[in-house]
Structure formats: C-alpha cells, structure tokens
Design a protein around this ligand. Structure first.
Ligand code: KPL
Length: 309
C-alpha cells in the first residue's frame, strides 16, 4: 500500500495548525515528546473554533506505519536532536519537510536525512493557548523548495495539498534566499522586542526606531556581502522597506522570540543570529548590535539550562 499519512513531528503552534488544516484531506498523525490531549481546538483568524481528534504518538515508540511525509515542525534548536531520534526508527526514502526558522538545521539535515528533503518558509501566524488549543492569528504564505533545487514534483504535490487545505503554498527554486530573507527580518525585530518586552508595533516609537535602523544597517551589509538580496533586488533601502512593512503588518503581535522569553523557553537565537554573525566574520564586517544580542541570549540560555537551587 502507498503510504498516505502525514506525520507532524513537533505539535507546537505551527505543527497543530498544519495538522488541523490537513486533517480530513489526508490522514494525519501528531508526534511529540510530551503528552497532549488527542482532542484539539483551533481558533481560526475569523474567530471560529474547529475541534478535531488526532492520532497522537510519543517519539520514543514510533508506530509501524511508513509515513508519506514527515513534517518537522519543532523549534529550530530541537530539530536535529528530534530528527536523530526519528531517523533511527524510520525506513530510508521518507520525504522530510523542514519548517524551522533561521538557517541552521536546514543544510545539516538536507545532508544527513536518508530521503528527499524540502524546506518551508512560512508567514502563517499561530500561537499556543493551551495543551489542547492553538490560535491561528493571521493568514500567511508558504514557500517550499529543496536547498539543492531538486524534488520539484514532490514540492508541487505538497504545495497543492497545503493550498487546498487553506494554507496557501508556492514552490520556489530559491528557498535558500527565502529562508535568509525571513532570517533577516527576524534578526532585525525579534531580539529587540524580546529584550524590551514590547509588541512589534512599538518598534515604530523612540528609542526603538533608531535601534531597528542600526540592526538593518548591520543585517543588510552582511547579506549584501553574502549575495542575499531583499525583495526589489536593491540594497539597504529595500531591506528597510521589508523590515518596516513586516513591523506594520504585525504591529499587534508578540514576536515568537518574545513569546519564548515570556514562557521561560529557549529562544531561536542560534538559528537566527549565529548564521548572520558567522557570515559577518567571514566577510570581516562589524555587527556589534547583533553580536550583543547573541551574547545576551546565550547567557540567558545557559541560565535556563541550570536548574534553580
Ligand atoms: O516571524 C516573526 C516572528 O514572530 O518570529 C515576525 C512576526 C515576522 C517577527 O520577526
């Protein structure tokens, strides 16, 4: 029998959003490290509630079925470890879709996974309200592609399935560029809002406006040296336009990094800031603001790792 089940590994906000949307069209199984209720609610952007019951599995004992595709929707910092647990039990050849922010696990897992690997870069906005409840805060768009440019048909099938399920998706042949653009926006916004505990829209006010501008200067110089162009193809002005557009469009939101800080979780600083700073050092470019954020977030992460006495 041809495998048909979509495994969604990492049932956080994005994972559960994808599960709710795909269910009814394809068989779906949620897999995670923590026990969650099988009966799950999604609050849609229109305020409606959608209640569905999912097959739930814990990662240490995978079911015997072979999935049609594995969507890895963990936080970026957990992706490689969770993949290692999966890979030890999965037959080779199962397609993997990486939904992580930043640009850290994507090249490593594209290399390591025994099967086709697609990357997804999405602007769908979702947050967890409870163990059994996720809010789809705002509609977005998803780009799908392979880092090595292959697997186009597989990507097209997936993009069609997601689009028909209400998550508009498009196949691109430059997913690396799309991932770096999202990383650039995240680097200019997320560490600042997490540091000052503010909503994205407050970045438009003094003194934050100037702080955003300084980060855009650092990010655009690094990406320019890396050959990563903003939409519009120009230089710093186009990066400025992109970052301020996102700030306007998400003015009411608490960015993911701020949500992580407020919830006492690790942040995705290694996936977002570390690749930028590695590129800065390759090109001998100064990036003091970004470097300070990375240092502060690493110190915070170390403190989180030490259990309180
Ligand atoms: O993607 C985001 C996030 O919250 O991580 C936005 C809203 C664009 C802020 O960087």
């Amino acid at each position: 029998m041809t495998p048909s089940t979509h495994w969604i590994v990492g049932p956080g906000a994005l994972g559960r959003l994808i599960a709710h949307r795909l269910a009814g069209r394809v068989p779906v199984r949620l897999l995670g490290r923590h026990r969650l209720p099988a009966r799950q609610t999604l609050v849609t952007p229109a305020g409606e509630t959608l209640i569905q019951t999912f097959a739930m599995t814990w990662l240490d004992t995978l079911p015997r079925e072979t999935p049609a595709v594995v969507h890895l929707t963990t936080k970026a910092y957990a992706a490689e470890e969770v993949h290692a647990t999966l890979a030890a039990q999965l037959p080779s050849g199962v397609p993997l879709v990486l939904w992580q922010n930043g640009f850290a696990c994507q090249p490593a897992l594209t290399e390591r996974h025994h099967g086709p690997v697609l990357c997804a870069s999405t602007t769908e906005g979702a947050h967890v309200q409870a163990d059994d409840r996720v809010t789809h805060a705002g509609h977005g768009h998803t780009y799908i592609g392979a880092l090595d440019g292959g697997h186009t048909e597989r990507a097209m099938t997936l993009a069609r399935t997601l689009s028909e399920a209400g998550l508009p998706a498009e196949v691109v042949d430059d997913i690396r560029l799309r991932l770096w653009r999202k990383l650039a926006v995240n680097a200019a916004i997320n560490p600042l809002v997490a540091r000052f505990t503010i909503r994205n829209g407050q970045l438009r006010d003094r003194p934050f406006r100037q702080m955003v501008e300084r980060r855009i200067i650092e990010v655009s110089a690094i990406l320019d040296a890396e050959g990563v162009t903003p939409p519009g193809g120009g230089g710093m002005q186009d990066w400025r336009r992109l970052v301020w557009q996102v700030i306007e469009a998400t003015a009411n939101n608490r960015a993911s990094m701020l949500q992580d800080v407020l919830a006492g979780r690790l942040t995705e600083h290694e996936a977002i800031l570390a690749p930028l700073l590695a590129a800065a050092s390759r090109h001998q470019l100064p990036a003091p603001c970004l470097a300070q954020h990375l240092l502060d977030l690493r110190i915070r992460a170390e403190k989180l790792a030490v259990p309180p006495t």
